[in-house]
Design a protein around this ligand. Structure first.
Ligand code: OOG
Ligand code: MG
Length: 262
């Protein structure tokens, strides 16, 4: 594939995001033989265009790191994407429904990185030693594809469905926790929709960040000091509707909430 082709696919996906409409997945018509490796080039192109527009990266993120998510999406490998500044919603704030296509929410543990972490060969223990803080988060994913129907290369090209993030307001030192044992519930309008524990994420959420560092090494990149990184959903994702009051509660880490407005 040549770089013009990557850019064409990136623009197809960006248009879907900006125009808030779902599109047919890339591998259906545009590029049936798109490989995962090529899909990361498309993603890089999409990231470059956003940066050219002045949007700033908050950090990379991991996705499809739990069995619940892999089964739900019918994809069997963790992936990464990027969270940008325009995607942030304050804890307790509003998510305007009209800005998105068909949003879903999922509960995650986020890491604030204190020192660069460069792969390959990074372990979860090394990640924890270089983590400044951990905090709870709710990620709002919004695949640009019809009915969230995609293959692994499709979702990689689409920046791993990344759309909005609500970070918790309290930062905690990671050494205060056994993050694999931290339980979390995801409630909508007071009803628990899903629940899980840190261990659901590759055995320990720090393993997801290690995996990320090792994946980034393949393109000569690394996890950077100052990055705020989502380690991937502990549970499946839940569909959102206008008026929903959403809450994620995490043992010892606190609560994250937002309301879906019109
Ligand atoms: C892909 C994004 C997955 C996670 O935390 O597992 C993700 C999707 O499910 O649409 O962000
Ligand atoms: Mg996620």
């Amino acid at each position: 594939m040549i770089s013009e082709e990557y850019r064409k696919i990136a623009k197809y996906l960006l248009a879907a995001e900006v125009e808030k409409r779902e599109v047919i997945k890339v591998t259906t018509e545009m590029k049936p033989d798109l490989t995962v490796e090529e899909a990361y080039f498309v993603q890089q192109e999409l990231v470059n265009i956003k940066q050219e527009e002045g949007k700033r990266i908050i950090g990379p993120k991991m996705g499809l790191t739990s069995q619940a998510k892999m089964k739900q999406m019918n994809v069997d490998e963790p992936i990464y994407g990027y969270v940008f500044d325009y995607m942030l919603i304050d804890n307790g704030g509003k998510l305007p429904f009209h800005e998105l296509i068909h949003p879903k929410v999922e509960a995650e543990i986020a890491f604030v990185i204190g020192e660069d972490i460069e792969g390959p060969g990074v372990s979860g223990a090394q990640v924890l030693a270089k983590t400044e803080y951990v905090l709870p988060a709710l990620e709002i994913i919004d695949s640009r594809y019809e009915n969230f129907n995609f293959t692994l290369p499709d979702v990689v090209a689409d920046n791993a469905s990344t759309s909005r993030v609500v970070f918790g307001t309290t930062l905690k030192k990671p050494e205060l926790f056994e993050l694999d044992l931290v339980g979390a519930t995801l409630s909508i309008n007071g009803e628990i929709k899903d629940l899980g524990a840190g261990a659901a994420v590759l055995g320990h959420p720090a393993n997801a960040i290690a995996r990320l560092a090792n994946m980034l090494a393949k393109k000569g990149d690394k996890v950077r000091k100052g990055d705020v990184i989502l380690s991937g959903a502990l549970t499946g994702a839940t569909m959102l509707a206008k008026g929903d009051v959403v809450s994620g509660k995490f043992d010892g880490l606190g609560e994250v909430t937002f309301t879906v407005s019109v």
